[in-house]
Write a protein that binds this ligand. Structure first.
Ligand SMILES: C[S@@+](CC[C@H](N)C(=O)[O-])C[C@H]1O[C@@H](n2cnc3c(N)ncnc32)[C@H](O)[C@@H]1O
Ligand code: SF4
Length: 375
């Protein structure tokens, strides 16, 4: 395959667990060596094919592990000149030495998990830094990286308009090239979820989330960030190319626990359980939890799911070329059910209201998929 591909590597180690987080990770750093040995085997068994365009080291906290493991991954994958290589980090783990080594390895994009600048929320969520550390580490990171992303969460317990305004002021002051602002998702079994269920913690009112998100859109736009995906903004030319591979339904491979991949019409996820991951690899099996050869209809549904998250939506020509009559039939039904789907400049995309109600739109896409007769 001569096409360009993305590579996602999951590094499941964290210094401590945050109350709101359901991502697969462990605080047992003693199994680092073992995990990375198995990861090498995963890469060997599930060989990638194509030219690497992007690499994303995600977690967990990739910046927490020893640099030698990251070096080994790069050697194994034979990463020479990928266009974009991102590493996710938690502010307190960043040191001058690590940042220098990342740069030497060819990493050219640093993602910092900030979540909020509010010290009370950071403490309550068990994050291991405060706002002073964020600024200090950001200034240190700036010596090595121009392309820096900040991840935020809107709507954690204690969040309010004053805090949001301060977060936005700090974005304006520090000027990262990219900002992700996710709305807190409480649909996962986390320690925070049980505290909320027991009434020991409280989420902010929904009204704050709605007004707050509008303020984020307005303020980031004023600061010169372009919203290019429902929860993602960037300065011109600094969109996350790796995530664009996901949203454009292109090809990527995933290595490590819970890592997902999409290669031609194959969609897969690796197991999220460390035990199973080790067991499958011991048996020389690729540790899939999910593996599906998508039908054309499944592929189209996924393409819509992903592409409609982009503010500019999807090129109609691309859909017509790939899916032909099936696309015409699907779209005819979908447009009857979703009034917030619009077709402009030969692209289909969601209206502002559709973006706000994207969950509902995605449910409708599934409904059409269930009801459409195969042609
Ligand atoms: C899983 S973390 C990994 C990176 C790093 N360890 C960190 O803590 O920032 C990636 C991002 O997912 C987002 N995230 C995690 N749990 C979330 C939740 N329950 N709701 C919304 N976003 C969440 C956070 O913004 C976080 O930066
Ligand atoms: S939010 Fe990040 S640091 Fe916290 S537990 Fe999840 S992956 Fe680890």
């Amino acid at each position: 395959m001569n096409s360009e591909i993305g590579i996602y590597i999951h590094i499941p180690f964290c210094k401590s667990k945050c109350l709101y987080c359901d991502y697969p990770s462990t605080t047992n750093i003693n199994i680092q060596q073992k995990y990375f040995n198995y990861l090498m085997k995963d890469i060997e068994l599930n060989k990638y094919d194509g030219k690497i365009k992007t690499v994303f080291l995600g977690g967990g906290t990739p910046s927490y592990v020893d640099i030698k493991y990251i070096e080994n991954i790069f050697k194994k994958l034979n990463i020479t000149n990928a266009f974009e290589i991102t590493i996710e980090s938690n502010p307190e783990t960043l040191t001058e030495k690590k940042l220098y080594n990342y740069k030497m390895l060819g990493i050219n994009r640093l993602s910092m998990g900030i979540q909020t600048f509010d010290n009370n929320i950071l403490r309550a969520m068990n994050r291991q830094y405060n706002n002073e550390i964020i600024e200090k580490k950001f200034n240190l990171a700036r010596k090595f990286f121009f392309n820096i992303n900040f991840d935020f969460i809107l709507g954690l317990p204690g969040d309010n308009m004053n805090i949001l305004k301060k977060n936005l002021e700090l974005i304006e002051k520090l000027q990262p090239q990219h900002v992700s602002y996710y709305i807190f998702d409480d649909n996962h079994p986390t320690p925070l979820k049980s505290l909320l269920d027991k009434g020991k913690m409280k989420l902010p009112e929904y009204e704050f989330i709605e007004d707050g998100f509008d303020l984020i859109i307005e303020e980031l736009d004023r600061m010169g960030y372009k919203r290019y995906e429902i929860s993602n903004w960037s300065k011109k030319g600094f969109e996350c190319n790796h995530n664009l591979i996901y949203w454009n339904n292109e090809n990527y491979y995933g290595y490590g626990i819970s890592a997902g991949g999409h290669v031609n019409n194959i969609r897969y996820t690796k197991t999220s359980e460390l035990k199973k991951y080790f067991k499958y690899l011991n048996e020389n099996k690729i540790p899939y939890e999910y593996y599906n050869e998508n039908t054309l209809l499944e592929e189209l549904t996924e393409e819509l799911f992903m592409g409609l998250r982009l503010i500019d939506g999807i090129k109609v020509k691309k859909l017509k070329t790939k899916y032909g009559k099936l696309y015409e039939k699907f779209f005819k039904k979908l447009i009857q059910m979703v009034s917030d789907l619009i077709k402009v400049d030969n692209r289909i995309r969601l209206s502002k209201k559709g973006q706000d109600l994207s969950k509902m739109v995605f449910e409708k896409i599934l409904e059409v998929r269930e009801n459409i007769e195969w042609i």
